[in-house]
Design a binder for this molecule. Structure first.
Ligand code: GLY
Ligand code: MN
Length: 456
């Protein structure tokens, strides 16, 4: 945890921003896998962590703005719990660490809410258990949560969490450094004849040995054209491309998020090298477009246009790049966004809504490809985000658009078809915006053709 004063200050600012009423913040409970006591790895809710720092299940907090009161509701372990789980700090001891003196048993929360006439602010909820609790406490049905959450509260939380403090940047840097270690280990380890699962285990091992865990399920696949491919059953062989997307989550729950693509053999083939170099060029174009006060969308436009232009010189595309981008033709190869915010969540605050986190409340595009851009708004000091353009040959998308005669003016279908089994390539790095421009977080990850091949 950070020092007590960090959490006290964060709650004070939150109260000022929201102004009046009562904020109801749910921590997470244990989540069962296949029977009650066999639970998934416990992960605290990130907003609860941000304001209270306590990594313990079964807690709910009230931040009563009108009465300037912070209360944590939760039950201490009984002797039965202690027999199975060992002695644990009391809720009061945990609460003290974040500067909360008022601690009450869980069943007092309903009384508190019954007695109040204050308006209750709550966030969009993603765990069914918390939606049930909300219903029991204040009668909001689970299907009403998405429309009745407090936009004021969401905006206030985003306006704090989006700006990472110096102490948070230190944590994120550590998380990215371990993430680099995970990637370097995998790049050195992967050999023809291994399964994807063996490489995945090597990556996960580094995260666990560092004392934390992974920030999202590891992607380690020869089918990198599937953007979030979590299947690890293939045997990797000479000639394959192998895409790794993996990050570390530190003990304080700050994320790293990196991607690498490597040849399973010792060297990229000439065709792989050409496309790989183009992804690096688009990556650099995105980085070059990062400017203080300017929209992150500029980085996406730069990456997408670089990909389309480069694909033209390789014979895959044709026509005017600007027109192709406007029409969305680049999305055949790059159907996702260039990056997203990162912090306590790997896609930071995605539960609060991308429109608030990445677009300052402005509507997102509905165009295929652009609609998957999670961050578009102007960059300010303290914003932490990823850069991760990629080139993907997705046979199903190629077949669909070709059969629809879509983008015939922009795509050379015969050439594209000849690469339909190529796979996908992505590199990903993490950055923080500063007064002096964007700065790479963590140590540098091997990325150039020469750097990657040297480790194979
Ligand atoms: N690292 C997974 C993603 O950014 O979607
Ligand atoms: Mn990412």
């Amino acid at each position: 945890m950070f020092q007590q004063k960090t959490y006290i200050e964060r709650r004070k600012v939150l109260k000022e921003k929201v102004g009046s009423g009562l904020i109801l913040l749910f921590g997470n409970d244990e989540s069962s896998m296949n029977y009650t006591d066999n639970t998934y790895h416990f992960r605290q809710d990130s907003t609860f962590l941000y304001y209270f720092g306590i990594q313990h299940p079964g807690l709910t907090a009230i931040i009563d703005i009108d009465n300037d009161r912070d209360i944590i509701f939760g039950n201490d372990y009984t002797i039965d719990d202690i027999v199975w789980m060992g002695l644990q700090p009391t809720i009061r001891e945990r609460a003290e660490k974040c500067g909360v003196k008022n601690v009450q048993p869980a069943n007092k929360l309903a009384d508190y809410l019954k007695e109040t006439k204050q308006s209750v602010h709550f966030l969009p909820l993603y765990r069914p258990g918390n939606k049930i609790k909300l219903h029991e406490l204040i009668g909001i049905l689970h299907k009403e949560v998405a429309t009745k959450f407090s936009v004021e509260l969401v905006k206030a939380v985003v306006s704090q969490r989006e700006f990472k403090s110096d102490e948070e940047i230190i944590e994120i840097n550590k998380a990215v450094n371990i993430s680099v270690d995970m990637h370097v280990a995998a790049i050195k380890f992967a050999k023809p004849g291994m399964t994807e699962a063996q490489v995945t285990a090597e990556i996960h091992k580094i995260a666990i040995a560092a004392g934390g865990n992974i920030s999202f399920p590891i992607i380690a696949t020869i089918n990198g054209q599937t953007l979030h491919n979590h299947y690890h059953g293939n045997t990797i062989k000479e000639g394959d491309l192998f895409l790794i997307d993996a990050g570390y989550e530190s003990p304080m729950c700050y994320a790293g998020d990196l991607s690498s693509t490597i040849p399973v053999g010792k060297k990229f083939s000439p065709e792989q090298k050409e496309i790989y170099q183009l992804t690096l060029d688009s990556h650099q174009a995105a980085v070059d477009a990062l400017q203080l006060g300017q929209p992150f969308k500029n980085a996406h436009v730069a990456a997408a246009k670089t990909i389309f232009e480069g694909m033209k010189s390789l014979g895959f595309t044709k026509g005017t790049t600007d027109n192709a981008f406007e029409a969305g033709a680049h999305a055949l190869f790059f159907p996702c966004g260039t990056g997203h915010m990162m912090g306590l969540d790997v896609h930071d605050m995605e539960d609060l809504g991308e429109v608030w986190v990445g677009y300052d409340g402005q509507p997102k595009s509905t165009q295929f490809g652009l609609k998957s851009l999670r961050l578009a708004k102007p960059l300010q000091p303290g914003h932490v985000f990823t850069i991760e353009p990629g080139i993907y040959f997705i046979p199903e998308l190629i077949d669909l658009w070709h059969s629809q005669n879509k983008f015939n003016d922009f795509i050379n279908w015969e050439k594209v078809n000849s690469y339909r089994d190529f796979g996908g390539i992505r590199n990903e790095e993490d950055f923080v915006m500063t007064e002096n421009g964007a700065k790479l977080l963590g140590k540098s990850k091997p990325k150039t053709v020469e750097e990657v091949e040297a480790l194979r």
